[in-house]
Design a protein around this ligand. Structure first.
Ligand SMILES: [Fe+2]
Ligand SMILES: [Fe+2]
Length: 306
């Protein structure tokens, strides 16, 4: 692999239909979530839209695919199984990396393995294993794709009804700081994956990352070349200043929207062309997504982000 790679970024596919909701799985959170799904979300997150998005993405033969969470909706055992099959259709676990979203770690699972079914897509490669102590928690984990170190966080925590907030916690933040430092020393392009928007004020408190201020401090002190997130179902780009430059923070909208809903655009994804340079990285971002009739995929945007 050269010093340039293409990373595809897809998020919030919210696979439909919701299946496997029985009395045994019912609680207040799932009941309210199911009502919301039936009333609106099931009409907009369409597999037909997602299939077009994924087919287009595969034509570009990205070196790697990053999926930043919310693969499913109500945290039901059958949904995890469906998502596992979908991930297999997306690619080999070596070529696809997943971090969970709030809909993937949704409510009490009563012993069900939940996202553990996707473990192969959410673990370090042999190189990344050496960067963390033995018996370290599963997140953050790191993978190497050419010149890129993918540093993968889990911001999803079980929450009460009407709350879609996330939290990293002190151990994960400390491990992230160490990994950013180690991978910079190795001269790698550091790309951080997280479901929730990583900085303060990017989501209302009920939906935000609770320790975003602390994450911002870690990024400010240690830097990164790129942060990718989902959750808001909207495209987003800002540059965050750190001690020695700026970090592009890029959010991608949902990959499965087949109809416009609450200002959320139709299904789309990003192709990030990342080149290691003597001063860090050059990153180009191409957005592709459904045309207004939702019949085919078209070019949406292209920009040089660093
Ligand atoms: Fe989502
Ligand atoms: Fe989310």
């Amino acid at each position: 692999m050269t010093d340039t790679i293409t990373l595809a970024h897809l998020s919030d596919v919210h696979l439909s239909p919701v299946r496997g909701l029985g009395l045994r799985q019912l609680n207040v959170k799932r009941s309210l979530g199911y009502i919301n799904w039936q009333r609106s979300r099931r009409r907009v997150h369409l597999l037909t839209a997602l299939d077009l998005v994924v087919a287009d993405m595969k034509e570009y033969q990205p070196d790697h695919i990053a999926v930043t969470g919310d693969l499913i909706n109500l945290g039901l055992p059958a949904e995890y199984e469906v998502a596992r099959t979908w991930l297999e259709s997306l690619g080999d676990p070596r070529d696809v990396t997943v971090v969970p979203g709030n809909h993937d770690i949704y409510t009490n699972l009563r012993g069900d393995p939940g996202v553990a079914r996707w473990a192969e897509y959410m673990r370090a490669d042999a190189w990344g294993e050496q960067l963390v102590p033995e018996n370290a928690p599963p997140f953050p984990f790191v993978r190497r794709i050419g010149p890129v170190a993918l540093i993968c966080l889990n911001s999803a925590v079980e929450t009460p009804p009407f709350v879609a907030a996330g939290e990293l916690g002190a151990p994960q933040l400390a491990a992230l700081a160490s990994l950013l430092e180690q991978t910079e020393r190795e001269g790698l392009v550091r790309v951080v994956l997280i479901h929730h928007p990583p900085l303060p004020d990017l989501a209302p408190p009920r939906r935000a990352l609770r320790d975003a201020v602390k994450l911002a401090r870690v990024l400010e002190e240690n830097g990164a070349e790129l942060v990718l997130h989902g959750h808001n179902h909207r495209d987003h780009h800002l540059d965050f200043a750190w001690a020695r430059g700026r970090i592009p923070v890029i959010g991608i909208a949902s990959g499965s929207m087949g109809r416009v809903h609450k200002h959320e655009p139709l299904g789309r994804y990003n192709l990030l062309r990342i080149t290691r340079t003597s001063s860090g990285a050059q990153i180009e971002c191409t957005t592709r997504g459904l045309d207004p009739t939702a019949a085919f995929i078209e070019h949406v945007d292209h920009k040089l982000i660093s």
